[in-house]
Design a protein around this ligand. Sequence first.
Ligand code: PMP
Length: 296
Amino acid sequence: MYYSEKTVVFYDGKFVKAKQVNCSPFAQTMHYGYGIFEGLRSYQTSNGVAVFKAKAHFERMKYAAQRLSIPLNYSVQDLENIAYDLLDQNNFKDAYIRPLLFCPDNMRLSSKGEAILFMGAWKWPRYLGDNILSTCISSIERPNPKSCPIDAKISGLYVSSIMATNEAHSKKYDEAIMLDQNGNVAQAPGANIFYEKDGELFTPATGHILAGITRQVIMNLAKEKEIKVTEKMISPQELLQADAVMFTGTAVEVALVGAIDGVKFKKNIKHSKCAELADAYADLVHSAYEPAYTII
Ligand code: PMP
């Protein structure tokens, strides 16, 4: 699914066939999760193929590398150029792009100051699909921000995301909602969360979340539509009183939530501000209007 015989990826400084890439089982990232990644989407617009908010994503990648002291010897512009070349070489238009900066052979718990950049792309439908989701509050919490920078996409942080998703699926829910260590609502395993009440939007404040680029885009779109958005601490009880809930993220785009722990929201979500913003987001990513793609 992620690659075929013909797929080209960027690996360790050059473009090669995906099937030619050999990764060592002694890579430090493989054992300890000490690596960073990003997730971007490209869209076909009337102005050609464009990578949505490429600079913001690669700036976040540079930030993550710097926080973990993993060398990323490429500028934001270099990374953007690689992403466009990658799309071109694979003849991709609507695609998901995955850069990964990983550390090679090293079984010690210290850095060797070496890293390999991989970038691959594949066609990926919206990560949580198009249906209205049934969700549950997870028993798995977001990682403690004092143990690891949680505002960066660090490979090892995703263990808790996988556990939360597995738990939700084992209970026959589509997706999990994770709390922070204080019992407040944090986010979905790979997306941010907003709730709507009386025509206004609320979303968890920064501190225990990865404040996503899509989250910011949604807040900007809400502002344009004069929908008030408040960032604050949100209890699970408060969330259950919502009129509507949505998840936002590059992979999921905007996914509407219909119920939490079996409690359905009273309002018809199709007539909610969340649904309106989901449509506005879809229009924005397909628009050829340049600032939509660059300015965050
Ligand atoms: N939280 C986590 C843990 C994520 O992995 C993602 C996806 N990158 C998000 C939130 C949403 O971030 P963005 O909108 O920047 O894709």
